[in-house]
Design a protein around this ligand. Structure first.
Ligand code: FRU
Length: 539
C-alpha cells in the first residue's frame, strides 16, 4: 500500500535570493549545479492543463485564501513572481465563476526585502468585526504567515501570523499596520499556515495553524481577527513519523450521512513526507470539537503503516488541500495542489510549474462502519460534463485481452465513466493516454485477489525527470456487488480517479506525449465486463 519515498525533503526556507534557492533545491536532488543553471527550459504546451488551474508562468504551490464572494471563487496561491522555481513566496491570485475556468489576476501580495508571504486563508468579515471596512463594504481579511528576513526586526527565518485586508472585493490588499498579529514566545521558524473560519456556536473566529516540525496544530480564537487567544493543541500520542512536517491544517464540520443533527468535525493535516503514496499527502481525522479542543474519534495505534490513517486522496499528487470559506450552501469545497514535494522542483513543465487538482466536494459518510470523507468533482464540473454529448459504448466482455475503445473515444482531455465487473479475471482495468504502439499509457486497474485499485504511471511518458517520481499507487477497495464504478478525469498532465462515487480518489501527474490519446481496456486471467461507458471532452 505504501510506495516508499519516505525521506526527509529539505527545502530552502526563507532564502529569498534566486541563487540560494537554486543551490538548495539542486543540492537536495543531487543534480550538478551547473547543469541546472545552464538548462534552458523549452516550453511544454503539451502538458498545460485544460481543466486544472495553472498560472501562465512561474512557480506555484499551495492553494491559499480560498474564498467565495459575490459570485466569484477566489483562489490565491503560493507563487514566485520572479521564476519557475520555489522562492520569493508571494500570493498569486485567480478567480472563477464555476471552479473550472479561471482568470489569472494581478499578484495579490508580494514578498519584500523584509519578509516572504507564506500560506494562509481569507474570510469575509461580514459584520466588520475587524473594523477594517464597514458593514456595508465588508473587508476580506487574510491571515497569512510572514517569514522574516534579516533587518526585519525578527530573527531571520522566524514565522509569525500576519493580517492583510481588501476593501475592493479581493482585488488589492493592504498589510495591517501592526503585524504580526500572532507569534510564538519564543518565536518559531516553523509556525505557519493559519486557516480561519467562523465558529458559529461560540460566535468567534477560530484559527488553526501548525508548528510544523513539532507535529502540533495550535487552535486560537478571536473576536476581531486581530487579537488571538490560545485555545488548545492538537497532536497525536504517537506521532507516526517525527521527520515529517505537519502543514496546512483545516478544521470544519460536516453532517454525517447527510444528517444535520449528526455533525462531526474533520481535521485535515497535510503531512510531508510519509503520505500514503510517498512524499506529501493530505491526512484527516474525524472527531468532536467543543469550541476549545478537537478530539479525534480514533487514532491508529503506534507503529501503524500510513494505510491505517485516513487520506483525502491516495495518489501521489494531492497536497496542501483546504476548504473554501463562505462556499455556497455551506458545502465543503476543496482544492489541493496537484504535486508532491518529493519532486515538485523537477516537474518538467515550462514556463510554469504547478497545477491545482480539480475542485472537489467533500461529504462524510459511514463506510465500512466508520465515518469517512468522500470526494467527488465539484457540482459545476458535473454540470459541465452533463451538458456535453457523450460518446457511449455498449457493454462488452473482454477475455484475457486488451482492447482499444472506439476511435471516437480518443482524447487528451476527457471525462470517462464506466463500470468494471472483473468476473473471472484476475485483473481488469483501462489504459489511458495510451500510445498507438501500446508501449506507453497510464494503467488503472482492479486486482481481484488483493481487492485493490491501482494507478500505475510507470509507463506514462516522461517519468525520468526525478528518481522520486513514484510509479504505482494502490488502495484497498473491496467490491460492492462485484462491480466498480470509476470516473476518470484525464487532462494533458494528470489523471484523477474517483472510485465508487467518491469513496476513493487517486490523483497522479503524468507527462505523456500529446498524441498518446488512446483509451484501452483489458482483462487478465479471465473475463471482465465493461459497461455504462460514457466519455466526454470537457472544456
Ligand atoms: C506547504 C508549505 C507551507 C508553507 C508554504 C511555503 O506546501 O510548506 O507550510 O506555508 O508551503 O511555500
Amino acid at each position: 500500500m505504501y510506495d516508499s519515498q519516505d525521506r526527509f525533503f529539505v527545502r530552502p526556507r526563507a532564502l529569498s535570493s534566486w541563487f540560494f534557492t537554486v543551490l538548495a533545491v539542486t543540492a537536495t536532488a543531487c543534480v550538478p549545479l551547473s547543469s541546472s543553471l545552464a538548462a534552458s527550459p523549452i516550453d511544454t504546451p503539451q502538458w498545460r492543463s485544460a481543466l486544472h488551474y495553472t498560472p501562465q508562468r512561474n512557480w506555484m504551490n499551495d492553494p491559499n485564501g480560498l474564498v467565495y464572494y459575490k459570485g466569484l471563487y477566489h483562489l490565491f496561491y503560493q507563487y514566485n513572481p520572479h521564476g519557475n522555481f520555489w522562492g520569493d513566496m508571494s500570493w498569486g491570485h485567480a478567480t472563477s465563476r464555476d471552479l473550472i475556468h479561471w482568470d489569472e489576476q494581478a499578484v495579490a501580495m508580494r514578498a519584500n526585502p523584509s519578509e516572504e508571504v507564506f500560506s494562509g486563508s481569507v474570510v469575509v468579515d461580514t459584520r466588520n468585526t475587524s473594523g477594517l471596512g464597514t458593514v456595508k463594504t465588508p473587508p476580506l481579511v487574510a491571515l497569512y504567515t510572514s517569514v522574516y528576513n534579516a533587518g526585519s526586526g525578527h530573527e531571520p527565518g522566524v514565522q509569525a501570523q500576519s493580517l492583510a485586508y481588501s476593501i475592493d472585493d479581493g482585488t488589492t490588499w493592504q498589510q495591517y499596520a501592526h503585524n504580526p498579529v500572532l507569534t510564538l514566545n519564543p518565536e518559531s521558524s516553523h509556525f505557519r499556515d493559519p486557516k480561519v473560519s467562523w465558529y458559529a456556536p461560540g460566535g468567534y473566529w477560530l484559527m488553526t495553524a501548525v508548528v510544523a516540525d513539532a507535529h502540533v496544530v495550535k487552535l486560537y480564537r478571536s473576536d476581531n481577527l486581530v487579537d488571538w487567544t490560545f485555545l488548545s493543541d492538537f497532536t497525536l500520542p504517537d506521532v507516526p513519523h517525527r521527520g515529517a512536517l505537519w502543514e496546512m491544517p483545516d478544521l470544519f464540520a460536516l453532517p454525517l450521512d447527510g444528517d444535520p443533527a449528526r455533525r462531526k468535525w474533520v481535521m485535515i493535516v497535510n503531512v510531508n513526507p510519509w503520505s500514503i503514496a510517498g512524499g506529501s499527502g493530505a491526512m484527516y481525522f474525524v472527531g468532536q470539537f467543543d469550541g476549545t479542543h478537537f478530539v479525534p474519534d480514533d487514532v491508529a495505534p503506534a507503529g501503524s503503516d500510513p494505510a491505517r490513517y485516513q487520506w483525502l486522496d491516495h495518489g501521489a499528487d494531492y497536497y496542501a488541500a483546504g476548504t473554501f470559506s463562505n462556499a455556497p450552501a455551506g458545502k465543503a469545497v476543496t482544492i489541493g495542489w496537484m504535486n508532491n514535494w518529493d519532486y515538485a522542483s523537477h516537474v518538467p513543465t515550462s514556463p510554469w510549474k504547478g497545477a491545482m487538482a480539480l475542485p472537489r466536494e467533500l461529504a462524510l459518510k459511514t463506510i465500512d462502519g466508520r465515518p469517512q470523507l468522500t470526494s467527488v468533482p465539484s457540482s459545476s464540473y458535473e454540470s459541465l460534463v452533463k451538458r456535453l454529448p457523450p460518446t457511449r459504448i455498449e457493454a462488452f466482455e473482454v477475455s484475457s485481452a486488451t482492447r482499444d475503445l472506439a476511435l471516437s473515444a480518443r482524447g487528451a482531455v476527457q471525462n470517462i465513466e464506466l463500470t468494471i465487473r472483473p468476473g473471472t479475471a484476475q485483473r481488469a482495468g483501462m489504459i489511458v493516454r495510451a500510445s498507438a504502439s501500446g508501449d506507453t499509457g497510464t494503467r488503472i486497474f482492479y486486482d481481484v485477489r488483493s481487492q485493490t485499485l491501482t494507478v500505475d504511471r510507470s509507463h506514462s511518458g516522461n517519468t525520468w525527470f526525478s528518481g522520486a517520481f513514484s510509479k504505482a499507487h494502490v488502495v484497498d477497495l473491496p467490491l460492492h456487488d462485484g462491480g466498480l464504478h470509476l470516473q476518470v478525469v484525464i487532462d494533458r498532465n494528470s489523471v484523477e480517479v474517483f472510485a465508487d462515487h467518491g469513496r476513493m480518489a487517486i490523483t497522479d501527474l503524468i507527462f505523456p506525449a500529446l498524441d498518446d490519446d488512446r483509451v484501452r481496456v483489458f482483462a487478465e486471467g479471465g473475463d471482465a465486463t465493461f459497461s455504462d461507458i460514457a466519455i466526454t471532452s470537457p472544456r
